[in-house]
Design a protein around this ligand. Sequence first.
Ligand code: HEC
Length: 144
Amino acid sequence: MRRHLLAVLAGVVVASFVGVAQSGEISSEADYDAAMKEVGATFRAVRSDMDARDGESVIAGTTKLTELFGQVEAFWEAHNVLAAAAFATQAGEAASAIRSAVENQAFQEIAPARDALAGACQACHNEYREPVDGGGYRIKPSVL
Ligand code: HEC
């Protein structure tokens, strides 16, 4: 019985990841959480690809971030939280700016764009994110 329940829960988790990846749409808080975990992992990878001077991987990672922030923006717009949507726009633009700087070999523009991106993460988290007891985060309940 217990094992069965675990299998069902695992299925739900997998389905919510697949949901984000396939539909390209964030339609629930579970989707949102999955998208943010993907954003976090991708930004971490982009930072180490920058350190390794791996331009192709930085381009791939920032392209993915731009797509993810497009979905994040649409989620906030759908909930009519326009200030949060604006942070998502800023984050997407900063990710695009990193990509352009690499593509154009304008290397002096990379660090400022990276800092702008990190600043957008931070600004949005300060306003809209709160820690959950026992680990992890959620959208502040008063917001939605
Ligand atoms: C538009 C607002 C917004 C922007 C921009 C944003 N986040 Fe988030 N993020 C949130 C909110 C709200 C949560 C809490 C919701 C959740 O985790 O379910 C969150 C949660 C997270 C989590 C925790 C997921 C978990 O529960 O373990 C990580 C990691 C994360 N964000 C990384 C980033 C990074 C890195 C960036 C920038 C590259 C970023 N976020 C930009 C709003 C944003």
